[in-house]
Write a protein that binds this ligand. Sequence first.
Ligand code: ZN
Ligand code: ZN
Length: 308
Amino acid sequence: MTDDSLTGPAQTSPAPISPDHHDSLTLLGTGDSKGVPRFWCACPVCTEARGANGQPGLNRRARTATLLRSGGQAALLDAGPDTHAALARLPGPLVPDAVFISHAHNDHMLGLGDLLDYVRYAAGRLRIYAPPEVIPALAARFPYAFGPGEAGPVQPIPPQGIPVGRVTVRAFRVPHGANGHSHAYRLDRPAGAGRAGWSAAVVTDAIGIPPELAREWLTAPGGAGLDTLVLGTSFEDESGAPLSGRSVYDVREALTLPWARAARQVILTHLSHGVDVRRAAHLPPGWGYARDDLTIPLSGHPGSLNEP
Ligand SMILES: [Zn+2]
Ligand SMILES: [Zn+2]
């Protein structure tokens, strides 16, 4: 995939539900915690993001939410405060089969308010998962949905993961710098029936991932690079800021990470107003900036069949 295919003209509507045999990620929200434009900011990126004539700019970015589709099922990976608006843009109704929350930061979980309101109507169809250590913070944030003495509406993600269509979704703990820890998602579809499997990771909020963690979670079976990596890089270059105050990789660092360089396709997301997606020429082949509502097909390299 070239830069142009990732940063070309804005898609005004997400792709329809993928056919049974296609797996995809739709990046519903690609901004950092404060969104772009910053409502108080008049920098060139925020000014462009506001758009003109009722059309949003290319840099308009909502807070994090990602829609995984596989085998007729759909799951949300995180549900930031703009999730309702993103689901309202879809061409038809969608009840996700599963919702995963990576960590209890507002920009990843405030959309849970709307989803929890729906859980009682969904009659078991909408399942919500989070790493066990995150669930108490969610319960503290939405106490009305976690009745006393009942099993709450959010289940722990088991180590073996949760199936969504033909994809297995797992979560792993990653360092989040000044913010402590977050979690990232690992997605795997095994090979089968003459088609390559694939491995992908969605790592929105992380910095300083140690090599051994990367070896375990950010390589494909057999040690090759991931087929698809969605990686959070809030700014282009934060080298002027003290490392102790930072919480997410920047673009400059991402370009040096061996596991990112080994991935076949890298999409940089969780972008603040410090990144202008109109300036992607410095990114290497296969890398590109995310855009709200961009759909990425998930597939394996034809020459590298994964283990079944
Ligand atoms: Zn975040
Ligand atoms: Zn965070």
